[in-house]
Design a protein around this ligand. Structure first.
Ligand code: GTP
Ligand code: MG
Length: 140
């Protein structure tokens, strides 16, 4: 069964939307296979977003992601990577489809409520960046 990596970002932990966002995943075929509530260090956040290092918003992104607690999750389900991206909606909530997580809960392109791996390769790297194998369930 496919796994993907998800982060509930600081705007949504602050707004008490953790439960709403997890409910959205659970109602739509994704199941939690691992989870941690954490505050990221600057170094950990920079390493996670290393591919965006040269982008003009990199500093802002790292500041935001370390501004408050995040919920780090491994989600599993059929087609989990693409399913999660669909449920999240477009990066900018102004362009996100009705009923998506970003349409419902995001504030702006920066404070956009959730992260989700964009490929199976990315998911593998991102899961390994935050979780030990022993911290994940293995139901299947
Ligand atoms: P992720 O699932 O978070 O990777 O989102 P994405 O794949 O839809 O977007 P992308 O990988 O292009 O950008 C990564 C993250 O950088 C986004 O989720 C935003 O939080 C942030 N970001 C992207 N563009 C901007 C921007 O113009 N300004 C700011 N402040 N942040 C941005
Ligand atoms: Mg991305």
């Amino acid at each position: 069964i496919e796994k993907t990596f998800s982060i509930i970002k600081p705007n949504s932990t602050l707004d008490n939307n953790i439960g709403n966002i997890i409910a959205h995943f659970e109602k739509n075929g994704l199941r939690i296979a691992g989870a941690k509530f954490a505050k990221l260090s600057k170094e950990k956040a920079e390493g996670f977003y290393i591919e965006h290092k040269e982008r003009p918003f990199f500093g802002e992104l790292v500041n935001f992601m370390t501004s408050g607690p995040v919920m780090l999750m491994v989600l599993e389900g059929e087609n989990a990577v693409m399913k999660n991206r669909e449920l999240m909606g477009a990066t900018n909530p102004a362009n996100a489809a009705e009923g998506t997580i970003r349409k419902l809960y995001a504030k702006s392109v920066g404070e956009n409520s959730v992260h989700g791996s964009d490929s199976a390769t990315a998911a593998e790297r991102e899961i390994a960046y935050f979780f030990e194998r022993s911290e994940l369930t293995n139901r299947f």
